[in-house]
Design a protein around this ligand. Structure first.
Ligand code: GRF
Length: 203
C-alpha cells in the first residue's frame, strides 16, 4: 500500500512510522505532504530520500489530487497536519484517510483542539486518563469512525508538556499499528495495539 503522510510540523509520528515500516512491510511511505515549507518533518523525508511536496493552497482539492495521483498514493495519513483536507480529497480517498489525535476522542477534539491546547483541556477537566486516537477522516473535524486508541494515565503533577510527552510515546506505537492494519485490506480498519504495548494502557 502506497502511503502519503501529511504534516505541518516536526514530524515525529512520520519518523516513528518510517522506523516501524521495514523494507518488507506491506505499507510504504511514498510521499510526504506539508502545508508549510519550514515543517521539520520535511527534513526527515529528505534524509530518507522520500519525495516531499509543499502544497501551494491547502484548500485546492485539485492540487492535492494531482500530486497524489502522480505519486500513485493509495492511503493518506494525517500526522500533525493542521489544515482541513478539501472535500474533493476526502471523497476521492473515502475510508482511506486516517488522522492521529492526541486525546481520547470523542473527548477533546474539534476545531482549535490541537497541540498543547488538547492537554490543557484534559488537565483543566481533571481527567484521570488521556491517550491517543486514530480515526477515519471525514468532512467533520475529528469526527470520523474511531479505529484504535491507546490510553495513558494523567499524573497528579502533570503539566501540559509532561502529558504531551507521555501521549506522544503511545502515538508512536498507535499510528504504525493503524497503517499496518489498513495495509492488509487497503482501507482504514479498526485495529488493536500489538501485545507489547498493552502494558502501557490503563484498564
Ligand atoms: C501529535 O501530537 C499528533 O497527535 C497531533 O499533532 C502532533 C504532531 O506531532 N495531531 P509530530 O509532528 O508527529 O511530532
Amino acid at each position: 500500500m502506497r502511503v502519503a503522510v501529511c504534516i505541518s510540523g516536526r514530524g515525529s509520528n512520520l519518523g516513528a512510522l518510517l522506523e516501524a515500516l521495514g523494507p518488507g512491510a506491506a505499507a510504504r511511505v511514498v510521499l510526504v505532504l506539508s502545508n508549510r515549507p519550514e515543517a521539520g518533518g520535511l527534513q526527515i523525508a529528505r534524509d530518507r530520500a522520500i519525495p516531499a511536496a509543499v502544497l501551494n493552497n491547502t484548500a485546492d482539492g485539485s492540487e492535492w489530487l494531482r500530486i497524489l495521483t502522480e505519486a500513485r498514493v493509495d492511503f493518506l495519513v494525517l500526522a500533525g497536519f493542521l489544515k482541513q483536507v478539501p472535500q474533493q480529497v476526502v471523497e476521492a480517498y473515502r475510508h482511506r484517510i486516517v488522522n492521529i489525535h492526541p486525546a481520547l476522542l470523542p473527548d477533546h477534539g474539534g476545531p482549535g483542539m490541537y497541540g498543547l491546547r488538547v492537554h490543557r483541556a484534559v488537565l483543566a477537566r481533571g481527567d484521570h486518563q488521556s491517550g491517543a486516537t486514530v480515526h477515519e477522516v471525514t468532512e467533520q473535524y475529528d469526527e470520523g469512525r474511531i479505529l484504535g486508541q491507546a490510553r495513558v494515565p494523567v499524573l497528579p503533577n502533570d503539566t501540559p508538556e509532561t502529558l504531551a510527552t507521555r501521549v506522544l510515546a503511545v502515538e508512536h506505537r498507535l499510528l504504525p499499528a493503524a497503517v499496518l492494519a489498513a495495509a492488509k485490506s487497503g482501507r482504514a480498519v479498526p485495529f488493536d495495539l500489538p501485545p507489547d504495548s498493552i502494558s502501557e494502557q490503563v484498564a
